[in-house]
Design a protein around this ligand. Structure first.
Ligand SMILES: [Zn+2]
Length: 249
């Protein structure tokens, strides 16, 4: 079977001398892995359209045991990001996160739209990196089976508190008075941060990147979303560690 789909290249690995294995976030089929023939007889356009962070139109031969890229034509190339070490680190973290969290073979149009929007804003510098990071981390978590419950205090049901404890392990909030789980994996969050988290969960994707906070607010938000996703996935990401070591303080 041969399929045609738009997709973003999330990961590339060299396999032997003749092949690369690329991981794609496709528009309609979730995560798809496929081999690309290296050099030799392969066309150079195929090579450039199948590199990390390329958004391309792919023709893929779906095999019984392995898939192979037959053709690829670049639509948008985020090479400009490679000039900026902080931006490229963040972009690579986004790709690692989605490659880890997104299910294979599922409908993935919304996930792809979020990624393309985030890369677009990262590329043109019109949104703060910390805002993009918070949106991608939290919305991707929600879409991939890690949706927290942020409507009200998990203990007493209060909805009007000024400060809440966000319990990263159980994915719930509770008022400071109610305590709830305090095993270390939690933060005390303001109503501003809580509003932003709720916005990221509920917003239509066309408006997802449109909310605003102070620079300090985005930093706090990004710290909260990072701790939530890392706690939920129970793993670290090399690109995230690198981003945190190079970002402007
Ligand atoms: Zn309460």
């Amino acid at each position: 079977m041969v399929i045609q789909t738009d997709a973003l290249v999330l990961r590339e690995q060299n396999i032997g001398e003749n092949d690369r294995l690329i991981t794609l976030l496709t528009r309609n089929s979730g995560i798809v892995k496929a081999f690309v023939k290296v050099a030799g007889k392969a066309k150079s356009g195929l090579q450039s359209a199948t590199q990390l962070l390329c958004y391309s139109r792919f023709t893929i031969q779906i095999g019984r045991t392995a898939n192979r890229i037959k053709e690829a034509e670049a639509i948008e190339v985020y090479f400009g990001l490679r000039q900026d070490i902080e931006k490229v680190a963040l972009a690579q973290y986004f790709t690692q996160l989605v490659a880890e969290a997104a299910p294979e073979g599922n409908q993935s149009d919304e996930l792809l739209r979020i990624m393309l929007n985030a890369l677009y804003f990262l590329h043109n510098g019109k949104k703060k990196a910390e805002q993009l990071k918070a949106i991608v981390e939290f919305r991707v978590a929600c879409m991939c089976g890690y949706m927290p419950s942020l409507e009200c205090c998990d203990v007493c049901g209060e909805t009007q508190g000024e400060r809440y404890i966000f319990d990263y392990i159980n994915g719930v909030i509770c008022c400071a008075e109610c305590k709830g789980n305090q095993n270390g994996a939690y933060s005390v969050i303001s109503d501003g941060v809580l509003s932003a988290l709720r916005y990221i969960i509920d917003s239509d994707i066309s408006k997802l990147f449109s909310f605003n906070m102070s620079d300090e607010g985005f930093k706090v938000l990004s710290d909260v979303t990072e701790r939530y996703i890392i706690t939920q996935l129970q793993r670290s990401f090399s690109a995230l560690d690198f981003y945190n070591s190079v970002k402007e303080l």
